[in-house]
Design a binder for this molecule. Structure first.
Ligand SMILES: Nc1nc2c(ncn2[C@@H]2O[C@H](COP(=O)(O)OP(=O)(O)OP(=O)(O)O)[C@@H](O)[C@H]2O)c(=O)[nH]1
Ligand SMILES: [Mg+2]
Length: 470
């Protein structure tokens, strides 16, 4: 934390503007050595005024006889603690090109800065207590947001919403612990310890809240990862054609030959701001072809893990209970849903006053049916609407401002288990010391969410997933 770090903060490649970011005690000094308001070095170093943009040039003066202009830049100095890391920070806005930014970065490094590790700027913001761990994690979520909704939740977490909610859970536990500890430390002054009705109520409320947050994670984690939609059906029903129509791009290979798709093909798709991951799978049928058999196994894996299954049929085919069971093995996600998609409607025949469409059996009568022609691009809009409707119908996404991630969820589960053991302990008249240990553990476990009690390992895992320069 005592050294000065630097990195290119913008994506590699050509672009309008690229930023080199420097943070640490020597940030101002280093930039003063490189930066000049004119194209020739001046004896008097330019004074950098915090939070004021300066225009000038980055000069390479390693050969004093022939100073070289690297780029025309804007420099933004930000004095501690009013910066992203809460340290002295300077951002150099240059033209964005790999060579120009690298040249500036190597000059900065040659003057004594060190190349930053992934996420090190945000890590410093956390270690300097400008943000807590949930806010740091939200930074990564904002960068990786795949839909307007996930951005909304990440941004609210970044503003400290989750931090506040976790603190609200910790406060009553801390009060309870201090009363317990007082009765341990001063056994003569405090009568035998008994939980007050207020404390009992608060304990229940904290447990309820933990459960609510865990449920919120389960309900809405798809907002970050995307709802998994598997397209399945017999060979040649048009799964790959539907995949390409949904994505509006030629992603999967389509041929009239049954058994074209072997490997599952996955692609992200955004419908109405909700992220989906669509998976095209191999046609499922009996076969001796070794490659196809492997493809079918993989298809079944994806179907088992899907949140939504598009079960494809053709006109003229029959819906059978057996085929359905075979095609859609028991899914891992109990909330998984199915839509029957009848494709090739352009080929549907009118037979004795009725279309020759597969009919659902009474046991499956509730499965929604959508008729499409992937070839003619008909019914795709209706299918997308049905997909959204089916997936988010039961969710009250708007009411909750935060969505705990998997790490938070695990910490909440641990908290809950400690609190359950406190409750049992209280009911059984357990010693104060034992109760205090469980309460303390529950507080610490909540603390890992916000970072008060997070281990180095937790921090490393979180920040290593960041990009360099963030
Ligand atoms: N008439 C008609 N043909 C279609 C339609 N959708 C797909 N096809 C044709 O059906 C054939 C198979 O299409 P695919 O999309 O490759 O089918 P698939 O289900 O992915 O097949 P496999 O990967 O072999 O399991 C191709 O010749 C498509 O052009 C449709 O809506 N109408
Ligand atoms: Mg295919």
């Amino acid at each position: 934390m005592n050294d000065t770090i630097a990195a290119i903060a913008t994506p590699y490649g050509s672009g309008g503007i690229g930023v080199v970011r420097i943070s640490g005690p020597r940030a101002f000094e280093i930039v003063t050595l490189l930066f000049s308001r004119t194209q020739v070095p001046k004896k008097i170093a330019p004074g950098l005024v915090s939070h004021r943009v300066s225009h000038g040039f980055i000069l390479d003066t390693s050969d004093p006889d022939e100073p070289q202009v690297i780029d025309e830049v804007l420099v933004i100095p930000m004095q501690a603690p009013r910066s992203y890391t809460a340290e002295d920070v300077v951002e150099i806005q240059a033209h964005s090109g790999t060579i120009v930014l690298r040249s500036i970065l190597s000059l900065v490094i040659s003057h004594g800065a060190r190349l930053s590790e992934p996420g090190e700027f945000t890590k410093r913001a956390f270690l300097n207590q400008r943000i807590d761990l949930t806010q740091a994690e939200a930074v990564a979520d904002i960068i990786n947001a795949r839909s307007a909704n996930s951005l909304k939740f990440a941004s609210s977490q970044n503003r400290g919403e989750l931090k506040r909610k976790i603190q609200q859970l910790r406060d009553p536990l801390i009060n309870f612990l201090s009363r317990l500890e007082a009765s341990i430390d001063f056994p003569d002054e405090v009568e035998t310890f008994e939980i007050s009705p207020d404390e009992a109520k608060q304990l229940d409320q904290v447990m309820e809240k933990c459960k609510e947050f865990i449920q919120q994670h389960n309900d809405a984690c798809f907002l970050k990862d995307g709802i998994r939609v598997a397209i399945c059906g017999k060979p040649n029903v048009g799964k790959s054609s539907l995949m390409n129509r949904l994505l509006d791009q030629d992603k999967s290979i389509i041929t009239p030959v049954p058994g074209t798709t072997r490997d599952p093909i996955e692609e992200g798709l955004n419908i109405d701001g909700i992220p989906f991951v669509v998976i095209d799978t191999a046609g499922i049928h009996e076969t001796d072809d070794l490659v196809e058999i492997i493809g079918i196994e993989k298809a079944k894996d994806h179907i088992t893990n899907a949140d939504l299954i598009l079960f494809m049929k053709e006109p003229g085919s029959v819906f059978s209970e057996r085929e359905f069971q075979k095609m859609i093995p028991p899914v891992k996600n109990p909330g998984a849903k199915v839509i029957m998609v009848i494709n090739k409607m352009d080929l549907a025949q009118e037979k004795s006053g009725k279309m020759d469409l597969p009919q659902l059996t009474p046991a499956h009568a509730k499965i929604p049916v959508i008729k499409i022609s992937a070839l003619l691009n008909q019914g795709i809009k209706e299918l997308k609407e049905k997909i959204v409707d089916t997936c988010i119908r039961d969710l009250s996404m708007e009411t909750s401002a935060v969505i705990p991630n998997l790490r938070h969820k695990k910490a909440l589960e641990l908290t809950l288990s400690y609190l359950e053991s406190v409750k049992t302990g209280l009911a059984q008249g357990q010693e104060e010391e034992t109760l205090a240990i469980d309460i303390k553990n529950s507080i610490d476990s909540l603390g890992t969410i916000t970072g008060e009690t997070a281990s180095i390992d937790i921090l490393d895992t979180i920040f290593n997933n960041f990009c360099i320069g963030k």
